[in-house]
Design a protein around this ligand. Sequence first.
Ligand SMILES: Cc1cc2nc3c(=O)[nH]c(=O)nc-3n(C[C@H](O)[C@H](O)[C@H](O)COP(=O)(O)OP(=O)(O)OC[C@H]3O[C@@H](n4cnc5c(N)ncnc54)[C@H](O)[C@@H]3O)c2cc1C
Length: 421
Amino acid sequence: MVLKSNIPDGPLASKWTNYKANIPLVAPNNKRKLEIIVVGTGLAGASAAASLGELGYNVKVFTYHDSPRRAHSIAAQGGINAAKNYQNDGDSVYRLFYDTIKGGDYRAREANVYRLAEVSVDIIDQCVAQGVPFAREYGGLLENRSFGGVQVSRTFYARGQTGQQLLIGAYQALSRQVSLGTVKLYNRHEMLDLVKINGVARGIIARNLLTGELERHAAHCVVLATGGYGNVFYLSTNAMMCNVTAAWKSVKKGALMANPCFTQIHPTCIPVSGEYQSKLTLMSESLRNDGRVWVPRRKEDAELVRQRKLNGKDIPEEHRDYFLERRYPAFGNLVPRDVASRAAKVECDKGHGVSPTGLAVYLDFADAIQRYGRSEASKLGIQNPTAAQITELGEKVVSAKYGNLLRCMKKSPAKTPTRCR
Ligand SMILES: Cc1cc2nc3c(=O)[nH]c(=O)nc-3n(C[C@H](O)[C@H](O)[C@H](O)COP(=O)(O)OP(=O)(O)OC[C@H]3O[C@@H](n4cnc5c(N)ncnc54)[C@H](O)[C@@H]3O)c2cc1C
């Protein structure tokens, strides 16, 4: 078996740039003669199909959902990274590349990650042009926050609905091509098999989920953009529909699958609440920008919390262990997701976990509320604000910043979703 990634030759930073500059082009009149099948209409598939249609190819795009807007991309909350360096905090294409390689435990293909970092800058502009309502600062510039594993602010977001807004943007662009006739949309169609001719993917077999009929579709090229496979795990934040059938069929046809360990782990989920759960609910990791993660330092306190005899807010500061800040002072609460998840598991395994299951840790906004509250009071010219005024002003800022994400937390072990003190 030949392992060939098709990464172009040359120095890392210019492999793809050189390749793109030298690749033979297809003339507009020839593009019209070429058929492309795209399976999937999430952020990847909808964008690919819309872009290929815009370029002039004949595109057929398939989804088993009723609408492209049902793709699981809609669930993404926290944001999208781009090395724009709007904050002038030292960001660069190289730094995004480096953080991504490191965050992926050095398993990702370097040249492809470099390209991702390079095009991240333009993707934000494209999304804005498609009408994605990213959060903006008072002056009108695009706002940023951070994701785990980074020390700069480069995450562009639309409150807690970034995926939804991006998907609507991609869907708009796709719909435009559908109406222009360059893209034909096959919704409620499930790809059942991949058709290979002389070792090359040249079509798919799909089932029309409304009529039950099997259909054959041929093309010069097949693009699979069929999403992740989180549902191989019993509990996951993926929708139950993310069933990985298309990728599995392709593996059966000889495609190689690398790094199955590349499943996203999230330290900020709503804790498991019972035996009958089929799914987990994510709270975006952007909450770790301002939320501090901690557990009771004393096991007896944790036990009392689990028995609901003690509330986290009554545990004094000296009896709290902000374990991410203690273990990883350079990144604090914004360590990469897997690092934060493992550290939380260590604490729960040691008996410091809270909630009745003992499988939860606190994510506490009390400090952020005080910080923002004091800043707001100063902005509003309030002399000697009271503690209640500071808290009220601070809560407003936190609520505006994280919006619907905090509503997810109503099931968290803390009495109020934002404060443990
Ligand atoms: C809860 C959650 C929060 C997230 N938050 C973020 C975030 O803040 N930032 C970030 O960058 N990433 C985030 N992610 C990850 C990100 O959302 C995904 O990596 C990305 O959206 C995947 O897009 P996709 O187009 O590859 O797949 P999907 O959106 O899952 O689309 C898959 C498409 O393939 C189609 N399909 C699948 N199989 C078949 C088949 N057999 N036949 C026909 N059609 C098929 C589906 O109908 C669908 O249209 C999050 C993920 C989750 C689950």
